[in-house]
Design a protein around this ligand. Structure first.
Ligand code: NOJ
Length: 545
């Protein structure tokens, strides 16, 4: 790959060089003993986050919500859920985060609202309501039994039909997720303006941007065609259809441009969730970037589906890099609030978690961290009576739902892991007496300190933030690549096996160790080395021929 010239500092937007940390507010830190995390709780942990070295926080939704889907069912786009605090608390958080150089991104859920949102209440009053067309209503089809049947075969992501019958007005409404989450009609210009006004409201208040929920659901087929069947697609009926017509419609891209235009007016950043089933669809994700005209970024979930093999991750990187246009900026995610935690996926091994972290934090692209990832939080088994997630409740015991990945942050060995002095809304992982921030803070070999070292390294080395990416040949168990910026060259070698593997360093340079898991001291390296099992080696070229 051609080395790129070092850009001027001011030319590079923060979201390219920064690291974004996702907080699930309900589970981060409780301040008032109700067992639910809140904004003052997050405020009290800002110093921890600054010390960790992250640049921005993405807060999962904090708007008022009846919590059928824990905030992803918004009943007031401009308010703060009383469970989490007040608008004043939010402003304090924003201000204090900014003072520490940390930006705040809000999660905007604009595909649907709560059924209790005043817009939907109004829309469902009668067929001629001025807001009727803000949602997706349909007469359905006549059925031989007198009742009408849904307009097509679309299914809800959380189970059942995607159409709910509304008896008082005699029509169906569309809900791509729960019946309590009616879909908004993005084809209606007035509705679009109302949603853009929501964006402006928060940007004017000083937020730094948005994570946009399920942007690939915004537009549906205008002819309401049936989705074709997909035999043996998965465990849930939803997976037995090709979702050709209920999402991923090409007209959505024009909306992304409008969203981008508004964000740009305020210097705001946007990252969209383009959810597709495993193994992900980088080309579709790239379409939402729209070559610099669409969203600043759309999530790349490829790593959340990769088996623990060097080739799988290397292939995912190449495919994503290949799908993006030259001006588009990649991003990587190991975990989020919808996916099993990376630590569990990769075999509950601290050594592997270190390899994964090194990869996430040294690739070309913006890394997204999920709270607790930095201490190796794992999936927690939730007893049936404590289940909260509608997905888990519906498909128990076949699908664990998402509660196992949303358990309280493990701060210390104190009761409830220091998360709350009340009864936590979800059980704390029983491993908290040993897996917690306090225990890892003073242990130089801990995962937490490894994350901190990587974050520091990324800040110190412009080539890691902005350099080009090029894969280097290596043993098939080793993922090896170079990041290059001007004269600077950094080599990253990641051993995905537990056995020692040979590593041939590129000829013509001697290398100094920037960071390594074990087995290397400060001496310059060249030629062939032995990379220990589960080992990470990050080197910098000292002399360039
Ligand atoms: C995607 C979110 O990440 C998920 O948590 C939520 O349930 C759905 N969108 C519906 O809003």
């Amino acid at each position: 790959m051609n080395p790129t010239a070092p850009p001027q500092k001011s030319q590079v937007p923060w979201w390219k060089t920064g690291v974004i940390y996702q907080i699930y507010p309900r589970s981060f830190q409780d301040s008032n003993a109700d067992g639910i995390g809140d904004l003052p709780g997050i405020l009290s942990r800002l110093d921890y986050l600054a010390d960790l070295g992250v640049d921005a926080l993405w807060l999962s939704p904090i708007n008022p919500s009846p919590m059928y889907d824990f905030g992803y069912d918004v009943s007031d786009y401009r308010g703060i859920s009383p469970e989490y605090g007040t608008l004043e608390d939010f402003q304090t958080l924003l201000d204090q985060a900014h003072r520490r150089g940390i930006r705040i991104l809000l999660d905007l859920v604009l595909n649907h609202t709560s059924h209790l949102h005043p817009w939907f209440v109004e829309s469902s009053r009668h067929r001629h309501s001025p807001k009727r067309d803000w949602y997706i209503w349909h007469d359905g089809k006549p059925s031989p039994w007198g009742k009408r049947s849904p307009p097509n075969n679309w299914l809800g992501v959380f189970g059942g039909r995607a159409w709910a019958w509304h008896e008082p007005t005699g029509q169906f409404y569309l809900h791509s997720f729960l019946p309590q989450q009616p879909d908004l009609n993005w084809r209606n210009p007035e509705l679009r303006e109302a949603l853009f006004a929501v964006m402006r409201y928060w940007l004017e208040l000083g937020v730094d941007g948005f994570r946009l929920d399920v942007v690939n659901w915004f537009i549906k087929d205008d002819r309401w065609r049936d989705n074709p069947p997909k035999p043996f697609g998965g465990l849930r009926p939803y997976e037995w259809q090709h979702h050709l017509y209920d999402k991923d419609r090409p007209e959505a891209i024009a909306i992304m441009r409008e969203i981008r235009r508004i964000a740009d007016e305020y210097g705001g950043f946007t990252v969209g969730e383009v959810f597709t089933p495993p193994p992900g669809n980088p080309e579709l994700v790239a379409a939402y970037y729209d070559q610099g005209r669409g969203l600043h970024m759309a999530f790349n979930f490829a790593f959340t589906y990769c088996p623990w093999q060097a080739e799988a991750f290397a292939g995912a990187v190449e495919r994503f890099e290949g799908a993006l246009g030259p001006q588009d900026w990649p991003n990587y995610t190991l975990s989020n609030h919808d996916q099993p935690r990376a630590f569990s996926r990769y075999g509950n091994s601290v050594a592997r978690a270190k390899v994964a972290a090194a990869m996430l934090l040294t690739l070309r692209g913006t890394p997204f961290l999920y709270y607790g990832e930095e201490i190796g939080m794992s999936n927690t088994r939730i007893p049936r009576r404590r289940l909260q997630d509608p997905l888990g409740k519906k498909y128990w015991p076949f699908h664990p739902g998402r509660d196992p990945v949303r358990t309280p942050m493990q701060w210390s060995a104190q009761a409830n892991a220091g998360f709350s002095t009340g009864e936590p809304w979800l059980p704390v992982n029983p491993n908290y007496p040993s897996v917690n921030v306090e225990a890892q803070r003073n242990d130089p070999g801990s995962l937490l300190n490894w994350y901190k070292a990587l974050l520091r390294l990324r800040k110190a080395e412009p080539a890691l933030r902005l350099g080009s990416y090029g894969r280097l040949p290596a043993h098939r168990a080793v993922f090896c690549y170079e990041r290059q910026l001007g004269e600077e060259r950094i080599l990253v070698a990641l051993n995905f096996s537990s056995a020692t593997q040979p590593l041939h360093l590129p000829m013509g340079a001697t290398w100094k160790v920037l960071l390594a898991t074990r087995g290397f001291s400060g001496e310059p390296l060249s030629g062939t080395l032995q990379l220990p099992g589960d080992g990470v080696l990050i080197l910098k070229a000292m002399a360039y021929p």
